[in-house]
Design a protein around this ligand. Sequence first.
Ligand code: MN3
Length: 218
Amino acid sequence: MTFKLMPLPYDTAALEPAISRRTLEFHHGKHHAAYVAKLNELIEGTDMARLSLPEIIQRTAADDKSKAVFNNAGQIWNHDFFWQCMRPDGGGAPPGGELSRKIESDFGSVEKFREAFIKAAVGQFGSGWAWLAKQNGKLKIMATPNAVPPMTSGAKALLTCDVWEHAYYLDYQNRREAFVEAFLDKLVNWEFVAQQWEEAAGTDAGSAQSRPKQRRHG
Ligand code: MN3
């Protein structure tokens, strides 16, 4: 199939001041768009052209000869998911409910979850992603390098923050931690995260995780 660039679920200025319009214009309109164009070019005329994005990711994850396909497919999936994880006037503590209770029971408190997420995001050396994921019935914090999504290790993604420099350098320069704090405190779309949690109820289903549904904010 030919993949299309998923539109942002909000205006490019909607996340200011935590993320500037200029950053979103480049990040979505140039970086994310380039992954889509490149993947389409790489799979055209091959048997991968009829697969879904998660199928391409799973098929190429352990295959060094398909590294370019994996990297571009992974980055499309990761960015589609990342945009949905944010909204204007988001962030802070998750609203009450099952996910909130699970965060408290698995991490000790929301504050401890926040500390662990920041530590993973800041500790990811070089380019990559920080995640809240579900695996074997438990919540876990993960950091993955480059284009790797949690589904390749059988975990289901619930929340992610892009920690490639292109995600924050125009707004925060080298201060990755300040960016991750702004992400957690001002941007997280907890409704979306809770929806991922509900979809994961009773299963880890990481390998079957499909493209997140669109919802528009702002
Ligand atoms: Mn990015």
